[in-house]
Design a binder for this molecule. Structure first.
Ligand code: GLN
Ligand code: ZN
Length: 757
């Protein structure tokens, strides 16, 4: 039995790529230096994989920003407005990724979307009627050669034609199928070129096959691959799926002339069943995703052995693989210098997962797997209970009653009470919470963590930042203020640190988008609130102003979705535990004079099951109640806000309304405003703040631009329900762009107010 991985993290163990890219963006290093850093990361990863004994080593899984964007460039899908800038190839690429504002022009970035059910974001390719899909790039070839020069014949990894065409946004009248022939030709040509270079295997990633597919989708997929594979001459093709099972196209997939099929046996609920029902083609290799590519718990070899035994009933040609790319886990436990071994031994990051694959290879290639040393040690680890139980929390959760999830009085009655209490102008302006986390904030936090400054000094510094931030907002003229979130490294880790049952990593960075990485904490045991989390900051901030100060918390579903979850209890159980802890904080804020409390559910949609039939039972039936549990105990005059980092909730609009918040802010600036029509059609009750500008890009929106966004919104939303705000927190931005942007926002709102009252 051989081993394979689908992809490897590319940011570098210490986020070298992030830091180099950011230096390049600031003009501090040349593109050559950036390229050099990238190459070092790639070669380091390559050697690591080679030395671990991995058989199928990927290449082209590296990206400067995003693999889908790379594929768009590879296939000539670069919209004219970026070409027109006349920038270098690399800078055109970054203009698509981040937008560009400078002497060559002013263009927005590509839209960004969550990558299936992960916290990674991809850039949405744009295809218009004039787009000519053809092979123009050489990155997969170059990276294959680079690895070959180091003595490794890799398996180039490319986003497959079907997934690429499904993910793209079509801005003209043509649709995916109109580009199928051209795409098939481009992929065939690529296969041919890789074959000439000596590639034995090529991996086409087709995660879109695990989504619900219509007959038309299945047809598109099958036709694409019939064409692509008819020219494959010598190169073997692996069609790799992940994040679920391929129940809608299993037969078609097996019927293709591919040489390997990659299936996910971790998240694919029905993967095994599909084999049982339909068998597996004898001549193909089954790349079996048995090592979880998304979570960091050590593999349980006995569970894996069970799956492999089952699979062996249908095929002897098994390659041991990860369930998805290791992009979604941190690089290496080696950098966790502070974590004690009593925790560490339960974890496997990307590098350790390579180790697991090599152990599993030993185990399954031995006569008697359960007698191997590797197997026994692993069984030993999983036999002993891990600790972390809290019986009182378990009991609280088990005693929850229906009424604990219901806030009274009902929305309409509260709305009146709150309008009276806050007396806000029409189109109240606010922000989503964080203000720029400038270098001084990060430096102070790091000094505090290293013990170089005292807690008193650190707190004093945070108070100064809060005071400046409040002053700035008053000066700009915002209506509902925030304290700025300077105390937080991250919207989840910070809360995790105030909760019992969480543990933290030091360097477990995972790419979220481009150069942005997150460091998810780990749900280790039962969760409870260890201490007040934000009360002192919000209270202090409120003491500085007459205007309402919005308390700022992260919601239970987001906390859970952005953590590495437990695998020994259900997600629902963990979500309710976290909800009870956040509920305590909400009540505490209220008791301390905070009248508006925002509970961010930035990631609520992220873990929505990829298949509609699983939505309710597997997710919404506990996720929405978890949010309600958080705020059902507040008084009617307390206003509950929530925030979501996206606007694709047309299909769960009822559920969003059912969260029963008073106000919801969400992203709208990057997407068209169709969501607003949906709100209208569904008589959405909750007041809304569709983001009026995009904070993911350094561009400064003009007042006119914001005005026109507001006008469009007003065509669809009753004026008295509309809030005005950016589309997300400002922490990743600088003050240079934030201050003028917010001034334009406030002025635009004032104008709209004059015209509408
Ligand atoms: N309150 C958070 C902030 O402003 C929300 C961030 C987010 O939605 N990702 O930073
Ligand atoms: Zn957001």
């Amino acid at each position: 039995m051989k081993t394979s991985i689908i992809g490897y993290p590319r940011i570098g163990g210490l986020r070298e790529l992030k830091f180099a890219s950011e230096k390049y963006f600031r003009g501090e290093i040349t593109s050559e230096v950036l390229e050099q850093t990238a190459k070092e990361i790639r070669l380091y990863n390559l050697n690591l994989q080679k030395n671990s004994g991995l058989d199928y080593i990927p290449s082209n899984d590296f990206s400067f920003y995003d693999g889908i964007l790379d594929t768009a460039v590879l296939l000539n899908a670069v919209p004219e407005r970026y070409r027109q800038l006349g920038l270098s190839e690399l800078d055109t690429y970054f203009a698509m990724a981040r937008g560009y504002q400078g002497d060559k022009g002013d263009v927005k970035a590509f839209a960004m979307k969550k990558w299936y059910n992960t916290n990674y974001h991809y850039m949405v390719p744009e295809i218009d009627d004039t787009t000519e899909i053809r092979l123009v790039g050489a990155k997969p070839l170059d990276l294959f050669n680079e690895a070959l020069d180091s003595g490794v014949k890799t398996k180039p990894v490319i986003i497959g034609a079907y997934t690429f065409l499904k993910l793209a946004r079509y801005t003209g009248i043509k649709k995916a199928s109109d580009f199928a022939d051209a795409a098939a030709a481009a992929y065939s040509e690529l296969l041919g070129k890789l074959g000439e270079l000596g590639a034995e295997w090529v991996q086409f990633d087709e995660p879109s096959l695990v989504k619900d597919m219509t007959d038309e989708d299945v047809k598109l997929f099958a036709e694409l691959y019939e064409k692509i594979l008819s020219h494959k001459s010598g190169v073997k093709v692996l069609i790799q799926t992940y994040f679920g099972d391929v129940r809608d196209c299993y037969t078609e997939l097996c019927g293709l002339d591919a040489d390997g099929i990659g299936l996910d046996f971790t998240e694919g609920k029905k993967s095994l069943e599909l084999l049982k029902k339909n068998g597996f083609p004898a001549e193909k290799l089954l790349f079996a995703g048995v090592v979880n590519g998304k979570n960091i718990w050590r593999n349980n070899y006995s569970d894996t052995a069970f799956i492999i035994d089952e699979l062996k009933k249908y095929t002897d040609n098994i390659v041991l693989s990860t369930s998805c790319s290791l992009l979604h886990v941190p690089c290496t436990l080696k950098n966790e210098s502070k974590m004690s071994d009593s925790f560490k031994k339960y974890f496997a990051y990307a590098e350790e997962k390579l180790g697991e694959l090599s152990e599993l290879k030993v185990i399954f290639n031995s006569e008697n797997p359960v007698e191997t040393e590797e197997y026994k040690l692993n069984a030993e680890l999983h036999k002993v209970p891990r600790g972390g139980e809290n019986l009182s929390v378990q009991e609280k959760v088990s005693q929850l009653k229906e009424s604990d999830f219901v806030r009274l009085p009902v929305f309409e009655d509260r709305e009146k009470i709150q309008k009276n209490r806050f007396n806000l102008p029409l189109f109240p302006t606010t922000t989503i919470g964080s203000f720029p986390q400038t270098a001084d904030v990060r430096a102070k936090r790091s000094a505090f963590r290293k013990g170089e400054i005292s807690e008193v000094d650190y707190n004093e510094f945070i108070e100064e930042k809060i005071a400046d931030c409040v002053k700035l907002q008053e000066e700009i003229g915002l209506d509902v203020l925030v304290h700025g979130e300077f105390e937080r490294n991250d919207m989840v880790e910070y809360f995790g640190e105030c909760l019992d049952g969480y543990i933290f990593t030091e360097k477990a960075w995972v790419q979220s988008y481009g150069t942005r990485c997150v460091k998810p904490p780990v749900v280790w045991g039962d969760i409870s609130r260890a201490k007040p989390m934000t009360v002192k900051w919000s209270k202090y901030a409120q003491s500085l102003t007459e205007k309402p100060m919005k308390g700022m918390l992260t919601g239970p579903v987001t906390i859970l979705n952005w953590s590495f979850p437990r695998e020994d209890i259900s997600l629902k159980e963990s979500a309710y535990q976290i909800a009870l802890a956040i509920r305590e904080e909400v009540l505490d804020l209220e008791a301390n004079g905070i009248g508006i409390i925002q509970v961010d559910e930035a990631a609520l949609r992220e873990k929505l099951p990829l298949r509609k039939s699983d939505w309710n039972e597997d997710y919404l039936d506990w996720a929405i109640p978890a949010f309600r549990l958080v705020h059902s105990g507040v008084k009617s005059e307390t206003q509950i806000h929530t925030h979501m980092c996206y606007s694709e909730f047309a299909d769960i609009i009822r559920d969003i309304d059912n969260m029963d918040a008073d106000v919801i802010t969400f992203e709208a600036s990057r997407s068209d405003l169709t969501i607003l029509d949906v709100l209208k059609e569904n008589n959405f009750r909750t007041e809304v703040g569709p983001g009026v500008y995009d904070i993911h890009s350094p561009r400064i929106p003009s007042k006119e631009e914001i005005r026109s966004a507001l006008n469009k919104m007003l065509g669809r939303i009753p004026a008295e329900k509309l809030w005005v705000n950016p589309d997300c927190g400002l922490k990743t931005r600088g003050n240079e762009e934030t201050v003028p942007s917010l001034r334009n926002l406030v002025n635009a709102a004032a104008e709209a107010r004059n015209e509408n009252s």
